[in-house]
Design a protein around this ligand. Structure first.
Ligand code: SME
Length: 161
């Protein structure tokens, strides 16, 4: 496929995801290198959905280590149970944080980040990484984001190695 995304002009989040996710799945289906794929997914989500920060943390030696991302520089390591990312990993569940200042232990990588969603990537019943999306607005994420990002993480888990 052409290495170009068709970015929806819709203001409806569901429509945007419905147009974007199949393009991302097609993109990662043609490449076997995990890092290359995660890099493109980060870019596709940031520019396709107009997010402030999108990136991956990968489980390595009992820590989350920063992987491919798009946006301002971020903290490189997160321990299990720490911050939003480490908590989502420990609990193996999606975390939606409407106001990061209200989340105990939130790790602030950018003072511009106001709300956040973290979705675990699960392979063989184990969390192998997470996707983290930050917004510079409060209350940006809901069950629609959770639903589509979970679908994407399921696709990503199939190419995770
Ligand atoms: N806020 C996250 C850390 C990662 S940055 O947002 C990119 C957390 O609390 O785990």
């Amino acid at each position: 496929m052409a290495e170009e995304l068709l970015i929806s002009t819709s203001t409806d989040k569901t429509v945007k995801y419905e147009e974007l996710i199949p393009q991302i799945e097609a993109l990662i289906g043609t490449e076997s290198d995990l890092i290359a794929n995660l890099a493109n997914v980060s870019s596709a989500l940031k520019y396709g959905m107009d997010f402030f920060w999108v990136g991956f943390y990968m489980v390595k030696n009992d820590e989350l280590v920063l992987g491919p991302f798009q946006g301002p520089i971020a903290c490189t390591r997160v321990r299990k149970g720490k911050g939003v990312c480490g908590t989502a990993w420990e609990k193996n569940e999606v975390l939606i944080v409407p106001d990061v200042d209200q989340f105990p232990g939130h790790i602030s990588c950018s003072s511009d980040s106001k709300s956040e969603i973290v979705v675990p990537i699960i392979k063989n019943n184990t969390v192998v990484g997470i996707i983290d999306v930050d917004s510079d607005q409060l209350n940006s994420f809901d069950l629609i984001d959770s639903q589509f990002l979970k679908r994407l993480c399921s696709s990503i888990s199939k190419i995770w190695q």
